[in-house]
Design a protein around this ligand. Structure first.
Ligand code: MN
Length: 291
């Protein structure tokens, strides 16, 4: 099933090129709020039958008549894995982002994770807005995004799948640091609009193996990144298990699993298209931030 959020934080199911509003399965106090989808996810096992009924019987809304918002507008936490594909590690070695001697047998503890500000999230119909920072480079990164389904604490990798609600396409837009600038990752990756997600959450039952998905990204139609999550150094299960041993993960939390090789600059006027197999395609224009 594909879950979308649209218009005034309505929650919908996207199927057969139509959206069906399923917000009414939620208590009144959650409907039309940015947290509606978090509530849907937290109560999914109980609500799913009614969601399926409404998805089959509700009035169809043409996507052209709706404005799609980020499918998780307000995750409580937004974590991301750095340097999680060998060829991306290799292209970053020599910059201050990758220690020269990064081990080939990467472990979850070595890679750890970093936080992106949840305020950096934007949706499939927004634009990537670059601030005017002269002489600085902003890079694209395509990633598989994981949406947590159940409260998760101290998981072992084999327990992780039961705690995943679904998957989305995610871009981790990044201010690159060189020339002596010392900004930390959190700053460089948390500019407003630097985490496009969507267009929908594809529920986990429709993605049999998140560790075997092709993902690719094009700028103005030219392929820049093309890889497979089979090449993740630390796979989805290990990443989420490790994070859940640091802090409790909550329904609707989003985890960005890392980007493969081929990162490069984007500038205003570009069109960035990111695809993850079985999950979807996100396409956003790049603009100069108007503020
Ligand atoms: Mn990244």
């Amino acid at each position: 099933m594909q879950i979308v959020v649209f218009d005034q934080y309505r929650v919908g199911v996207l199927a057969d090129a139509s959206i069906r509003d399923v917000s009414s399965v939620l208590e009144d106090r959650w409907q039309g709020t940015p947290y509606a989808v978090n509530e849907l996810i937290a109560n999914w096992e109980e609500l799913r039958p009614r969601v399926e009924e409404l998805a089959a019987s509700g009035a169809p809304i043409a996507p052209a008549d709706a404005r799609l918002l980020p499918p998780v507008p307000r995750p409580r936490q937004l974590f991301a894995a750095p340097l999680n594909y060998r060829a991306h590690v290799d292209e970053m070695v020599g910059s201050r982002h990758a220690p020269d001697a990064l081990k080939a047998d990467h472990s979850p503890a070595e890679i750890g994770f970093f936080a992106k500000g949840p305020g950096s999230i934007c949706g499939p119909q927004d634009s990537i807005q670059l601030p005017t920072w002269p002489d600085r480079a902003f890079h694209h990164e395509v990633e598989l995004g994981v949406v947590i389904g159940k409260t998760a604490r101290a998981l072992r990798p084999e327990q992780v799948r039961d705690h995943i609600f679904g998957y989305l396409v995610l871009m981790d837009i990044t201010l690159r640091t060189d020339g002596g600038f010392q900004e930390e990752r959190t700053l460089r990756k948390s500019f407003e609009s630097f985490t496009p997600i969507g267009p929908a959450i594809v529920t986990a039952d429709e993605v049999p193996d998140p560790n075997a998905l092709r993902l690719h990204l094009a700028v103005n139609g030219e392929i820049r990144q093309d890889a497979n999550t089979a090449d993740l150094l630390v796979d989805v299960d290990e990443l989420i298990a490790y994070a859940s041993n640091v802090v409790t993960l909550h329904p609707g939390d989003v985890y960005a699993t890392g980007t493969p090789e081929g990162v490069g600059p984007i500038v205003p006027g570009d069109l960035v298209t990111a695809t993850v197999e079985s999950v979807g395609t996100l396409e956003l224009p790049v603009e100069e931030r108007p503020w």
